[in-house]
Each structure stands twice: as structure tokens, then as C-alpha cells.
Design a protein around this ligand. Structure first.
Ligand code: BGC
Length: 666
């Protein structure tokens, strides 16, 4: 080690445990370089002295997850890190892998999925991408920050099994990428603030999950520095005047020891050293234009085609009218960029890129086809007349924006603004060929209009490349290949938590492990669009499932996917497991593997996915560890959680002493 804790005075050591200012660590009287920490996750948010620098706005994590593609998560992280290097940012405060417990959560656009496996692997790849450029990351928000409402004061009350099976695994998986820091959440966990929670931080994160980096607080999440240090939190951010005296008092009272302080300081010293060693990797590889191109390229793969009656898409010919119907923001003349690039709060990216109009992008791509593209004459709200009774196809672009989806508050409804719903319904009354493009960061209740239109494209929040990417898909230049990383329920009342949101003190996770599709499937509820759903212009057939036993609980699952269309495309295949007889109540099915495969027209490929003990285990609160129960398991391979194409049953028969183990890892 270059730096030794012995070379620092007590004053210097205590100063290192709290930020120097809003975004930087302390220098211990000039003995160390200060580190600059900036948000993430969709681009760099470097704001110094109240001025925010412009940065490339990448697709939001919720959209990125719809690509189900770890290579894209890597590329997204790498692109943002490239800009971090250019801006001298040391640590990017990203990614967040919190589970989407309710579609109302204002920050869902910043999170990957309702499923821990998908969230975990996408988060892991994103971290690897950022860190490949020598930029540090902050895996956040650990843990159980699943809504914004009362996030600073409310306790997430969760049972151990639910925590282990649903809320912890995404962190466990992402930790395999060795993020330089983990950020604790604001909320309390079972009555104790996450920042002061020894069970959460020291016992689980450090001792059990083996995290060796720095634990940093969310901004102002620490109530008492000494309690936080005792729980294993290393860095309190941002600067807080009383932090050092809190630590000193605890030392004087003998409640906190200098050895305990030293342990925390050592973590900060290791972080600084790691940063210095990363110098060689910190080179700028992309120009601003190249970063934009990467933003477009990734965005294209995140778009989900939800509905395509009569193959209304891709647009082949005739007259097309494109109308934007943005979420109205009073006063009426508020200049709001459309399409929205992302949600609000700390994840908002201040790009200087002005979004391109969808109709011009579309026209450009359809130049060689017998198509005329025009724009509805009024921006908001286009009249039904201007949208055109006579157009052969109408593309209506709608969605939420940062006034609806943001850090600090939750959504009040899953529906679009009434004016947007009305617009869709009015146009659909006079024109049978309507395609709706939805820009949003979370699930939308589309019941009022979904069956009145022929095409629905869920773009999500795609960042600054949104219009180019959507035009690629509508025009058929690129076959859509995204699938939903969260269920679109029929309505709010159908969700596991409904409209309840805790009482300001406590929020009980009463639905247990039944989150997302685990809930809808187990309760046999109809949904609008299931988890994992997404159409393409190509069509795929599944065949020839083989399950090969490789070890006591290790299996190789292989199958063939064939593109049976004349269009090149990509298919996301999903592997689920069902435990039909169990001593504890288990979800109907759970995702255990996934992959995305590029297939040219007519091409077929053999796909192999692996299963291990953890794939079959549940968390037993009796054994207090993972437990594989002997008996039958159904192996399900599908194109979505509700479109299972192949299945087979296997029998697991383990000797008793090997059934329970903490060592069952992903
Ligand atoms: C957010 C974090 C963010 C931090 C710094 C907090 O309000 O919860 O995600 O990294 O602010 O901006």
C-alpha cells in the first residue's frame, strides 16, 4: 500500500470519513488527491458551483434493461465513463439495481427490472463497462429503497426470505463486477437506518457478500456519523459540519475505537490508490459525435414492439402523419423537450443535444419507399383534423416526462395524461390505422385505448438518440428486438401493492416474494403485456430442448431457435424454473437465465444456458441458508414469461447434507 493509515493524524483521519464539499472527498491536509463523485446513471451530471456541464444522454436504465443485452449495458457504461475521463470525474454514482416493486415508484426509470436476475446481470455488465475505463462506480441504493414517497423516514419492513430472494440478489450479482463503492439507501430497514444498519452493511454486505470497497452514504442519508462508522459505512457524503465532532464524541466516550476508525480510513486510502493505479486506463476513446452514435445504437435495441395488428409496422407505403402529443406541462407554453430523454432528479442529464423531430427522421429513412411523411400542424395539442382523417397511417407519440417520473416523488397514476388518452381515442375514432409510440420510464396502464389502435411501440426513455432509434424501427431499417423487463399490469389495483404506500413510518413488504410476474402468475391475473414480452418483424421457432446433467445440481439447458421469417432479427430467449411441489410457498415460475441471439432470415442457432444449485434453491428461514428441496423441477424455455415454448421435468435427489448451503452462489 502506498498510503498508510499511520501517516495521518486523528483529525485528518476523521476528516477523511466525510466529504470535503458536495461532490469531493477530503485531501487530509493535502496528503491525498481529492476524488470527484458525480451522478449517473444515464450520463455524467457534473455540477460545480451550481453549473452543470453538458453530457451525452444515454438510454435510461429502465430502457436499457429492455434490451436484455449485457454487451449493451457494458457499452453504455463504457461510453459514459469515456466522458467521465474527459471531465475528470473519478467515480460515477451508478448504477441502481433496486427492484421495481411497484410501477408507481418515481425512480423506476433509473432501475432495471422487477426481476433480480435481470437487474443483477445488467448492473454487473454496466459496472464492468464503466470500470474498464478506470472510472469507479457506486452500486446503489442498498437496500430496499423501492419507492420515493417518505424515503427519508420510512422503514421498509421485510422478512428475511423476501430480502434474500428478491431484493438482495441483484446486488449480489452486480457485486461480482467489484464496484469501487456501494451506496446505502436513505430509508430504514426493519427499523434501523440503512446507513447505520450493522446487519445490512457489515454482516451482509461485507462479511457475507464479500464487498471490499468503500461504502458511501446516499447524499445526507447519515443521521449519526459514529453509528454509521460502527456499522461499517466509510464515507459520509456530502460534507456535514458536525460529522467530525460526532465521531470525536463517540471516541471520547469509548463507544467507538480508533481501530474502528482506522478500518474505515483504510478503505478510503485503498480507494484513492485504486484510482491512481487506474490512470493508464483513463483515456478518451470517443468523440462527442461517436458517443451520440453509440447512444442511438443502444437505444434502437431497447425499443419494445408491444402490438402489431395486421403488420401495420414497419411502414411500407402511403401517407403517414406524425403527431407529437407530449404530456402537458402548465403553463401551456412551457418549452419541454419532446421526446423526453429521461426522468428527473439526480439522474437528469443536461445534454446540449436538441432532440430531432421524429417525422423528419422517419421521412429520411423512408425516402426510397412510396411514402409521404408529414407532421401534424400543431405541436400541442394537434387537432384531429390536422392529424388527418385521410392519412393511411397515423403515428401518435405520447408519454410522461420528468415532471411525472422523478426522484423525490412517486407517480400518482399509471395512466397517461387524460389529454393524451383523449387524443388517441379521438384519432382512433376517425382513423383505423393508428400507431402509438410511448416514451416513459415505467409501466403504463393502456386499457383505455390499447384495443383501439393497431400498433403500440414502447420506446421508454431512450436518451438523446430517441427519434433516430424510433424512426429506425418504425421504418423497418431495424427490426425491433426489445422485450419488457417489467410487467405491464392492466391497472394499478392489480399490482401487488396497489395504491398503498406505507404510513409514513413503516412500509410492510407483505406480498413477500410475489413481486412483478411472480405475483401476476401466481395469482393467475391477466396482464396487459407480460414480463419478457416483445414482438419483432422477424418470427422465431423454438425446438429440440435438451437438458444435460453436469454435476449434482449443475445442468446445461440447450435448445434451437430458428428465424422462420425473411427478416433478420434478434430473439431474447428466457429460461424459467417451476417447482411444482414445495414445502414453502414459491412463485409460479422464476427467471433463471436469458440470452439474446442475432439470427439472419432463415438461420437457426443452438443456445446453451447453465443452471446451478442456486437456480433451484429457496432461502430457508429454518436452516437460515439456501436450500434445494429434492423432487421435480420444471424447466421452461420461452419467448416471454407467458409464452413458454419448450419444457421438460427433471428430478433432483441430493444427499441430505448437501441440500442446504450458504455457498450456493449465482
Ligand atoms: C440520490 C442518489 C444520488 C445522490 C447524489 C441522492 O439524492 O438518491 O442516487 O447519487 O443524491 O446526487
Amino acid at each position: 500500500m502506498k498510503y498508510n493509515v499511520k501517516d495521518f493524524t486523528l483529525e485528518e483521519k476523521l476528516a477523511l470519513l466525510v466529504g470535503k464539499n458536495h461532490w469531493q472527498t477530503d485531501s487530509a491536509n493535502g496528503k491525498l488527491p481529492e476524488l470527484l463523485l458525480c451522478d449517473g446513471p444515464h450520463g455524467v451530471r457534473k455540477c460545480i458551483n451550481g453549473k452543470t456541464e453538458s453530457a451525452t444522454a444515454m438510454p435510461n436504465l429502465s430502457a436499457l434493461a429492455n434490451s436484455w443485452d449485457e454487451t449493451l449495458a457494458f457499452a453504455c457504461g463504457e461510453t459514459i465513463a469515456d466522458e467521465c475521463v474527459e471531465m475528470d470525474v473519478d467515480i460515477l454514482l451508478a448504477p441502481g439495481v433496486n427492484i421495481k416493486r411497484t410501477p408507481l415508484c418515481g425512480r423506476n426509470f433509473e432501475y432495471f427490472s422487477e426481476d433480480p436476475l435481470l437487474a443483477g446481470y445488467m448492473g454487473k455488465a454496466y459496472i464492468e463497462g464503466v470500470q474498464s475505463k478506470g472510472v469507479g462506480t457506486s452500486l446503489k441504493h442498498f437496500a430496499l429503497n423501492n419507492r420515493e414517497y417518505h424515503r427519508l423516514v420510512q422503514s421498509s419492513e421485510v422478512d428475511e426470505r423476501t430480502f434474500r430472494e428478491i431484493y438482495a440478489p441483484a446486488f449480489e450479482i452486480a457485486l461480482q463486477a467489484k464496484p469501487t463503492t456501494v451506496m446505502c439507501s436513505y430509508n430504514l430497514v426493519n427499523g434501523v437506518y440503512a446507513s447505520e444498519n450493522e446487519k445490512l452493511l457489515r454482516k451482509t454486505l461485507r462479511e457475507e457478500f464479500g464487498f471490499e470497497g468503500v461504502i458511501v452514504s446516499d447524499w445526507s442519508a447519515v443521521r449519526n456519523s459514529a453509528k454509521a462508522a460502527k456499522a461499517s459505512l466509510d464515507l459520509r457524503m456530502p460534507c456535514f459540519v458536525n460529522a467530525v465532532s460526532e465521531l470525536k464524541n463517540a471516541l471520547e466516550e469509548g463507544w467507538l475505537t480508533e481501530e474502528e476508525v482506522d478500518k474505515r480510513v483504510e478503505k478510503i486510502l485503498e480507494l484513492v490508490e485504486k484510482r491512481e493505479k487506474a490512470d493508464k486506463k483513463r483515456t478518451v476513446s470517443f468523440t462527442k459525435d461517436e458517443r451520440h452514435e453509440r447512444a442511438v445504437g443502444i437505444a434502437r435495441e431497447c425499443i419494445v414492439l408491444l402490438k402489431n395488428t395486421d403488420n401495420i409496422l414497419p411502414i411500407q407505403g402511403g401517407s403517414v402523419v406524425v403527431a407529437d402529443a407530449p404530456h402537458p406541462v402548465p403553463p401551456a407554453d412551457t418549452p419541454f423537450a419532446f421526446p423526453p430523454m429521461g426522468g428527473g432528479g439526480s439522474a437528469y442529464v443536461a445534454t446540449d443535444f436538441s432532440p430531432r423531430p421524429l417525422h423528419t427522421e422517419l421521412a429520411q429513412r423512408l425516402q426510397d419507399k412510396p411514402v409521404t411523411v408529414s407532421e401534424a400542424s400543431h405541436r400541442w395539442c394537434p387537432s384531429v383534423e390536422s392529424v388527418g382523417y385521410k392519412a393511411d397511417t397515423v403515428v401518435l407519440a405520447v408519454g410522461t416526462n420528468k415532471t411525472v417520473e422523478s426522484e423525490n416523488f412517486d407517480r400518482a397514476t399509471l395512466r397517461l395524461h387524460p389529454a393524451q388518452e383523449e387524443m388517441i381515442l379521438n384519432v382512433a375514432k376517425v382513423n383505423p390505422n393508428v400507431v402509438v409510440v410511448v416514451y416513459a420510464g415505467s409501466a403504463i396502464d393502456m386499457r383505455a385505448w390499447a384495443d383501439k389502435v393497431k400498433g403500440i411501440v414502447f420506446a421508454g426513455y431512450l436518451g438523446e438518440g430517441a427519434s433516430e432509434a424510433v424512426a429506425d424501427v418504425l421504418s423497418g431499417k431495424y427490426a425491433p428486438c426489445g422485450k419488457l423487463s417489467e410487467t405491464f399490469p392492466l391497472c394499478l389495483e392489480d399490482t401487488p401493492t396497489g395504491s398503498s404506500c406505507g404510513n409514513g413510518y413503516v412500509e410492510r413488504y407483505d406480498e413477500g416474494v410475489f413481486v412483478g410476474y411472480r405475483w401476476y402468475d401466481s395469482k393467475k391475473k391477466d396482464v396487459l403485456f407480460p414480463f419478457g414480452h416483445g414482438l419483432s418483424y422477424a418470427e422465431f421457432e423454438y425446438s429440440d430442448l435438451k437438458i444435460e446433467k453436469k454435476g449434482e445440481t449443475d445442468y446445461e439447458v440447450s435448445f434451437t431457435v430458428k428465424n422462420v421469417s425473411n427478416v433478420d432479427g434478434k430473439e431474447i430467449s428466457q429460461l424459467y424454473i417451476r417447482d411444482p411441489f414445495s414445502s414453502v410457498v414459491r412463485p409460479e415460475k422464476e427467471l433463471k437465465g436469458f440470452t439474446k441471439t442475432a439470427l439472419k432470415a432463415g438461420e437457426s442457432k443452438r443456445i446453451t444456458l447453465a443452471l446451478n444449485a442456486r437456480s433451484f434453491a429457496f432461502y430457508s428461514t429454518s436452516f437460515d441458508t439456501w436450500y434445494v428441496e429434492n423432487g421435480e423441477f420444471e424447466i421452461l424455455v420461452g419467448a416471454s414469461s407467458r409464452d413458454i415454448r419448450l419444457s421438460e421435468t427433471i428430478e433432483i435427489d441430493l444427499p441430505m447434507p448437501t441440500q442446504a448451503a450458504r455457498a450456493f452462489k449465482y
